[in-house]
Ligand binder design. Structure first.
Ligand SMILES: [Zn+2]
Length: 348
């Protein structure tokens, strides 16, 4: 089976661009990285700064295509935004400001890190927070972006759940290390050690099919219809839209609301029409003549430009999933009834 990976290569303008190529055709390195960041120690400092989290440490392990360690990167960073260590952060990562004052700036360290990553690599992180934070900090210092497009990467926390648990749960790094019986020879919560453990966990995932489940980092969203993302995984499909000015515009878009079968493209019949239980998530159940019941879910999300984008997932639905969606719909109906009832009571 072919495994698609995100490769980055330098174009003529020096901008690192994302390319999608076959893993079997290309030698791809995995860059397993972790960041530590500091945040404002008080509300006033928080309000004064546009940057919420300032990266103070980058740790990374480079793995070859067999997921064997071939290099490491680790450097502390001199803070330029927050000059007091947030108490919680400091206690967690065991770092104080004195240790950082003689370090190099973010600009210098990040530039070296990106160069160290090389052109043909795919980023891997524990969870989905580090890649957007790296890009946000780079933006803050007006650095050349890692990519101008939606980046494919591996969320190893998700891969762990798919490989060893229920696909849905999201465990801590320490839990996964304990679960797999990996030797705890270094302390947690530092960028270099957390990257080291994340790389060890990746090595434990021996079922190559698990690596079909890449993630998308939406720091940069599709700019137009043609860039929108539509991918089919083993048992579900995902759609990531371009940005819309507001929720009504997003929820009126044909492609967003389209319920064609993700497996064969056939027209489907509506079994439970689109409804929402919180104004952010929308659900529908449709039926394909060939593939049976399909559940679709829309998540409305805010982009960094304060606009709206849509992440839609589609998957085949057994009776339990159909019942679960039906229960949600009934709950919405009974909540509405209750509200109407209490309004009436207020009138008397
Ligand atoms: Zn179908």
């Amino acid at each position: 089976m072919l495994l698609c990976c995100a490769l980055r290569s330098k174009n003529a303008d020096g901008i690192l661009e994302q390319k999608i190529q076959s893993w079997e055709q290309e030698q791809v390195n995995y860059i397993v990285f972790d960041l530590e960041w500091n945040q404002a120690a008080d509300i006033r400092t928080r309000q004064e700064n546009s940057l919420l989290f300032e990266i103070i440490e980058i740790g990374a392990v480079k793995l070859n295509e067999k997921r064997e360690q071939i290099a490491t990167f680790h450097e502390l960073i001199r803070p330029q935004v927050f000059h007091t260590m947030n108490q919680v952060t400091g206690e967690l990562i065991h770092l104080n400001m004195d240790q950082l004052t003689n370090c190099r700036s973010f600009r210098e360290v990040a530039a070296d890190f990106i160069q160290w990553c090389g052109n043909d690599c795919i980023f891997c992180t524990w969870g989905n927070l580090d890649l957007p934070e790296l890009q946000r900090n780079m933006d803050y210092y007006h650095m050349t972006p890692v990519s101008c497009k939606t980046l494919k990467y591996y969320d190893v926390q998700k891969l762990f759940s798919i490989a060893f648990e229920d696909k849905k749960s999201r465990r801590t790094l320490q839990y996964a290390v304990d679960f797999l019986g990996i030797e705890k020879d270094v302390a947690f919560h530092r960028a270099d050690t957390d990257a080291y453990y994340t790389a060890k966990i990746m090595k434990e995932i021996t079922d190559q099919k698990v690596f079909d489940n890449y993630s998308f980092d939406t720091y940069h969203l599709p700019q137009n219809k043609s860039e929108e993302i539509w991918v089919c995984f083993e048992d579900y499909a995902k759609y990531i839209s371009r940005e819309f000015p507001d929720k009504p515009t997003a929820m009126a878009d044909k492609k967003v609301l389209s319920t064609k079968c993700f497996l064969c493209g056939a027209k489907t019949k509506k079994k439970i029409p689109w409804f929402t239980n919180n104004g952010k998530h929308y659900y529908t159940i449709v039926s394909c003549p060939r593939h049976g019941m399909i559940k679709e879910k829309i998540r409305l999300r805010k982009s960094k430009n304060d606009q709206i984008y849509v992440v839609k997932t589609m998957k085949q639905a057994g009776p339990e999933i159909v019942q679960d969606v039906l229960n949600k719909k009934n709950q919405v109906r009974s909540n509405r009834k209750e509200r109407r009832h209490s309004k009436k009571e207020d009138l008397f």
